[in-house]
Design a protein around this ligand. Sequence first.
Ligand code: ZN
Ligand code: ZN
Length: 340
Amino acid sequence: MKALYYPAWDQLEIRDVPDPSPRPGEAVLKVLAVGICGSELHGFKIHAPRRTPPLIMGHEFSGQVVAVGPGVSGFRVGDVVAVNSTISCGVCDACTDGDPHVCPTAEVYGTRRPGAFAERVAAPVSTIMPMPENVTPVQASLMEPLGNGVHAWSMIRRRFPETVVIFGAGAIGLFTLQVAKAGGAGRLAVVDVSPARLAVAERLGADRILDARTEDVPAGIRDFTRGRGADAAIDAVGAAGTRDMAVKAIRKGCECVWLGLHDDAATVGGLDIVLGEKAIYGSFAVRPRDLRAALDLLGAGKITLEPWVRTFPLSDGVEVFTQLVNAPPDDYIKAVLLPS
Ligand SMILES: [Zn+2]
Ligand SMILES: [Zn+2]
């Protein structure tokens, strides 16, 4: 089969590799659609040890069952499925507490095991879920990053926050924006450094956009919230500056969620948190229920993928991945490869 293969640091190529065969408890899927994730682009750029070549990356995907291994029940050849990118152990404290996404031995497709930048992939059936008929394969491939937005949003206790500020208008920020709109946010402001991304955020329903390169962001947030501070903030960037701005953006007694993973640094004012009784939640990956909610939102037509998600054949994978790493295009934000 053809795969977008990552043979060594800084190298990518389309290569013929052996077809996977299903081990016990696994299905082999024909990959219908697979998204290129920011974590893969970032990992490729900085030689992240989490994704060490040789490797086939790709963890945001949908597929069709073409073979099942011994001991598989509940799925048959021909089933079209969406996939949870995280493979958890199912028996540890985190898993049995209902938090399989933070299972200490969890593995993500395309890190140590082969991922879905290929025509076929072997998938433990514990990670696959039936795809509703009103959801397309491309939509289903976005279930996981959309689920990240659902997961982050579910941490905000206020059901109908009047003002919400989102830092970052990349794919996760734009999904979170749409989840927040569907989930009860009153008015939304989005902060980014790219006018093109901010224009997309506005098209997707942001009531206010703030360009951090040209505008005074704290002043803009004060104005947007009529001097009160926001009821909730979400940092979908993950840099020290945006983490700090997210904490400062909220008013006393409110919450912010950090889900961006850009780097490790964080500096926040301790007194602001103590005296303001502010809460910071870390949000990572998704619970299965976040994925089901994401599929429901997609099926209900509440998530807009135009004009910012674009599809490409697998054969364009090297060019598309390389462009996203080196010079992100202005005319789309998220790429989805179509191997079959
Ligand atoms: Zn991802
Ligand atoms: Zn576990």
